[in-house]
Design a protein around this ligand. Structure first.
Ligand code: SAH
Length: 348
């Protein structure tokens, strides 16, 4: 059954109009869903009973259920959700000094095939709908309601490639960004892509205020190709040209994500090449410690190496940040918890 979270405000208006309702009912419904965090249609007391009955027949509210949860010592919580079709999806809640940040998945599995990533261990089964992504936020928000906390930052960095599910992801952003909904500020929503150039150009043309992060992970095509097959389709010169256009047209700062893999992409030479690639752009590099994935055999650079790499970038004129580790003692890397559950489902 379709979830009501699939509909953005305009679609909600159209749906209600088709049922003979006035447009203002859409805002009422939205308010129940996203302000009062209603779990059932029956509690929406200012909507006509006949309408609620119709809605109940056609839509569910929560299209997922919690199948597992791991909480790390630092409070990072990883949720494993079971969708209506039995597939599993992961969502990670992180506590920062600036608030609660949620990392959502955009697809069931992923086809990008990055060689270091656990998500790609299982090929893409399907795209998630806008409502299924929204539901990840709403489920965790309802849990946080108990502690009177609010999710105020969203990163689309869970399993899946958001720009391989472009329309649903953009609709999800619209839904959670809506003033009548959760009203999460556009600048508090980050879309992370492995670099699908035509979609970056489409995104640029839309002049959205959401943040864009690029998973770079290598400073040249030769190495990037080994780590990320997407580089064959969209090599670095095309990617960087699209990003420069985006950043200049939209006056937006870009984030480049760079996982430091020991002995693979963390040499001084790699750092210098990376600086040459990025210098002059309105951008910074977010250096990310690697969460080891048993199946892949890569190792994270040590903290010392990471700090050194950071220095190389800064000395060569590129701003960088070192991301602190979160949820190290749980399976917090993209796709890890899900991969484990899928494995456990298989007969031994
Ligand atoms: N497909 C999108 C979003 C999902 S991945 C993208 O590629 O950006 C989110 C980020 O986590 C990416 O930068 C990805 O490369 C990184 N990542 C994947 N596996 C990781 C791991 N084991 N440890 C640390 N980061 C990882």
């Amino acid at each position: 059954m379709r979830t009501i979270y699939d509909l953005n405000l305009q679609e909600t208006e159209e749906m209600l109009k088709a049922k003979g309702q006035k447009a203002y009912r859409a805002k009422q419904l939205y308010s129940w869903l996203y302000r009062k965090h209603a779990s059932s249609f029956s509690e929406m007391s200012d909507l006509p009973a006949s309408l609620l009955e119709q809605l109940q027949e056609e839509y569910c509210i929560m299209p997922l259920e919690e199948a597992d949860r791991q909480t790390a010592r630092d409070g990072t919580a990883k949720y494993l959700f079971r969708m209506q079709d039995g597939s599993f999806v992961e969502t990670v809640l992180m506590h920062f000094h600036f608030g609660e940040s949620l990392c959502v998945s955009s697809q069931v599995g992923c086809n990008m095939g990055c060689t270091f990533c656990a998500s790609g261990l299982l090929k893409k089964q399907r795209d998630l709908t806008a409502g299924e992504i929204t539901a990840q936020v709403m489920y965790v928000q309802k849990e946080l309601d108990k502690e009177e906390k609010r999710i105020n930052n969203i990163v689309i960095m869970g399993t899946g490639e958001p720009f391989d599910n472009y329309d649903n992801v953009m609709n999800f952003c619209r839904i959670i960004n809506s003033d009548h909904g959760l009203a999460i500020g556009a600048r508090h929503i980050t879309i992370s892509t492995c670099g699908i150039v035509p979609k970056i150009r489409e995104f640029a043309a839309g002049h959205y205020q959401y943040n864009l992060a690029i998973s770079l992970h290598a400073p040249n095509d030769e190495l990037r190709r080994k780590l990320m097959p997407v580089d064959r389709a969209y090599p670095l010169d095309e990617l960087m040209a699209a990003l420069k256009d985006y950043s200049e047209d939209n006056h937006r700062r870009l984030t480049f994500e760079y996982i430091l893999l020991h002995g693979v992409n963390d040499s001084d030479e790699d750092g210098k090449q990376l600086a040459d690639l990025i210098r002059g752009m309105n951008a910074y590099v977010n250096l990310i410690p690697y969460n080891s994935v048993d199946e892949h055999g890569y190792q994270s650079a040590t903290d010392r190496q990471a700090l050194h790499f950071y220095d190389v970038l800064m000395k060569n004129g590129v701003k960088a940040t070192l991301r602190s580790r979160h949820g190290e003692d749980i399976d917090a890397a993209c796709g890890q918890l899900r991969a484990k559950h899928e494995r456990n489902k298989q007969p031994q």
